[in-house]
Design a protein around this ligand. Structure first.
Ligand SMILES: *Cc1c(COP(=O)(O)O)cnc(C)c1O
Length: 393
């Protein structure tokens, strides 16, 4: 029944039954670490998995579970798992797939800490990884080895906003039986649903658009029941990077306005992107709705709108980029994205400082690149502040 409702309705009502909670309109917050068993036998049966029910909040909590069920519904997946951060979600997925000697194919351009994690796994467990543009079937095939355990990608890529065709990647991956994992943080399930395109796992830093108010750090993964159960009973249970009930409660609230916020993020970003394009201090603006040719087709095929993040290069180098940041006032100089506030950052020295300069430049993270997460303020106020700062450099 529920899955037949539209996205917006599911984001507000999906998988919650108020009649089971004293009629509480808002889902209750179960701020508890453990759960009481009626009898010794009940405890035994729950531990054996023979009887459903809660045991201990690291293994499951009703508030966290509601968020998971709702996100599984919104991403068109069978099951979701929540984590204490986006990186806890990324590491859970990678640790699920890898063993010593495994190989991973990764989009060239990836969240800085995901890159850092891969490097660390490489040193510690001798896994290997290849960064790839993933832009043609031949290119993807050429990277696959008999040790390849997954293809891990972002689209649009943070922070360069490059686009990867999910159709092309899943076509090759399916032929070879390799799972595809998509970090969907930049789109949220409202703009892009990779599982519907044949990908195997979708993950989010819920810190960003899902929370939307800059007050939670969290992560989520969605996929098949089989893989999620495996991750829940091994990586999540034993490594323990769980989400707190209160954070899940805030994220359930965030989801209720996701579609409204995303529409406005996109609307504001469209306007700012077109202004930036006309500004003489700006060299290049990268924003999906401005793409042409093949990339425009990919955007049309897999995204409903262009999102709230714009990247652009200023004329000059690092000095001019930092000068711009030092001259904004309404805009806040901060990493993170997807908040109500417009945030501006310098990837080469901030989010992607961990990536060696040579690799960074191959990813397109040049020293004069700026990432702008367009917020929900009045767009003319956002532009006014940005234009003023551009005039100063
Ligand atoms: C922020 C972010 C992450 C990491 O999420 P945290 O919640 O900060 O741990 C991963 N991927 C992308 C694309 C992100 O923007």
């Amino acid at each position: 029944m529920e899955s037949k409702k539209k996205f917006q309705t599911n984001a507000i009502h999906g998988t919650y039954k108020s009649e089971q909670h004293f009629g509480s309109l808002t889902p209750p917050l179960f701020q508890t670490s453990t759960f009481v068993f009626d009898t010794a036998e009940q405890g035994e049966h729950r531990f054996l998995g023979e009887e459903p029910g809660m045991i201990y909040s690291r293994l499951g909590n009703p508030t966290v579970q509601l968020l998971e069920e709702r996100l599984a519904l919104l991403e068109s997946g069978e099951k979701a798992l929540a984590f204490g951060s986006g990186m806890a979600a990324v590491s859970a997925v990678l640790l699920h797939y890898v063993k010593e000697g495994s190989h991973i194919i990764c989009s060239r351009g990836i969240y800085g800490c995901t890159y850092g994690l891969l490097k660390w796994l490489q040193e510690k467990f001798r896994i290997t990884f290849d960064l790839s543009d993933l832009d043609s079937e031949e290119e993807i095939r050429s990277k696959i080895t008999n040790k390849t355990v997954c293809i891990f990608l972002e689209t649009p890529i943070n922070p360069t906003m490059k686009i990867i065709s999910l159709k092309t990647v899943t076509k090759v991956a399916k032929e070879q039986g390799i799972p595809v994992v998509v970090d969907n943080t930049f789109c949220s399930p409202y703009l892009q649903r990779p599982l519907e395109q044949g990908c195997d796992i979708v993950l989010h830093s819920a810190t960003k658009y899902i929370g939307g108010h800059g007050d939670v750090v969290g992560g989520i993964i969605v996929g098949s029941e089989e893989v999620m159960n495996n991750i829940a009973s091994h990586v999540r249970k034993d490594i323990g990077g769980i989400m707190s009930p209160f954070d899940a409660w805030l994220l359930i609230r965030g989801l209720k306005t996701l579609h409204v916020r995303m529409d406005r993020h996109c609307e504001n970003a469209e306007k700012i992107a077109s202004r930036l394009q006309k500004n003489e201090k700006v060299d290049k603006v990268i924003y999906p709705s401005l793409f042409e040719g093949k990339n425009a087709e990919i955007v049309k095929e897999q995204m409903t709108k262009s999102g709230g993040v714009i990247s652009f290069t200023v004329r000059g180098g690092k000095e001019q980029a930092q000068k711009l940041l030092n001259h904004v006032s309404l805009l806040k100089v901060a990493v993170s994205l997807g908040d109500t506030e417009t945030l501006i950052q310098h990837p080469a020295s901030m989010t992607h400082a961990i990536v060696p300069k040579e690799e960074r430049e191959k990813m397109g993270i040049v020293d004069n690149l700026i990432r702008l997460s367009v917020g929900l303020e009045d767009w003319e106020d956002i532009w006014g502040d940005l234009e003023n700062a551009l005039n100063q450099i």
